[in-house]
Design a binder for this molecule. Sequence first.
Ligand code: NAD
Length: 306
Amino acid sequence: MSSIAFIGLGNMGGPMAANLVKAGHTVTGFDLGPAALDAFAAAGGHKAASAAEALAGAEFVVTMLPAGPQVRDVWLHQGGLIDVLSKASGAKPLLIDCSTIDVASAHAVYEEAKKAGFDMIDAPVSGGTGGAINGTLTFMVGGSEEAFGKAKPLLAGMGKTIVLAGGPGMGQVAKICNNMMLGINMVGLSEALILGERLGLSPAKLHEICAPSTSQSWALTSYCPAPGVVPSAPSNRDFAPGFMAALMAKDMQLSQAAAESANVPTPLGALAASFYQKVCDEGEGRRDFSYVYMWLGDQQRSDFNQ
Ligand code: NAD
């Protein structure tokens, strides 16, 4: 069993760290939010007073933070994790960032870690908060084969599918593509559910027909945005996340920036990205991303120049 430092104990990091505790590891955690820290302690984790304090004796250091700026801040700023680890004596821990961030930030942190003599992987996840709670996440890993081999038993305590996508940053490439598919899919199925309902077919009936049919998807079967259809979906708890619309807007933006840099056409991705941004602009960014269904339901056909 290993000693693990875990920074970022929010909707995802909290249950992921709790699963590491359940697997028998010693986990010391830090989060800026006192409520997140208390929930972690209630799950058997050791609270640290700062990210730096959590590092003492760690064999693995895991971060699960909102976005690139926070990841750069926590790892790279003066007195940040790499700085503190460089000054510490003892064996060098393996560094693991599970956040979903831009590829450039992933490379920047990896390069600084390497310069300081540490191996690091990017290991973003898919599976939502349900996957985090149940330990069934998919990990998409970017890094060396050796680091992947070392990390795999640890990641297996939090997930079911663990895939080496390629070298450093490739986990983030996989994640950005995954979330672009999901973001477009959620908009598409929301449009169809609303259309069916306006034509007299209830979302529940359409779900019953489509879930085993060619339009089947995770968003439809496990996360249906129409309330009253899938009991565990955020739509049945007033769209409490789950996965915040603000984070989906961020991920869709990441995919658009990546598509622009690679000169790849992603017109549906661009349109879906603009919808999540509008949800945020209207002050609903802290709701689950499936709230885009409610937002679409409030629009008029004429709003889209059709
Ligand atoms: P969250 O906002 O619930 O959690 C992030 C946590 O990081 C918060 O508790 C916050 O207080 C903490 N934090 C921020 N800055 C910090 C700092 N400097 N030091 C310590 N703690 C700090 O977000 P989340 O839903 O847990 O998502 C985390 C990451 O996982 C994001 O990159 C997101 O895109 C990705 N993700 C989320 C989901 C999901 O369904 N929620 C699914 C897959 C991937």
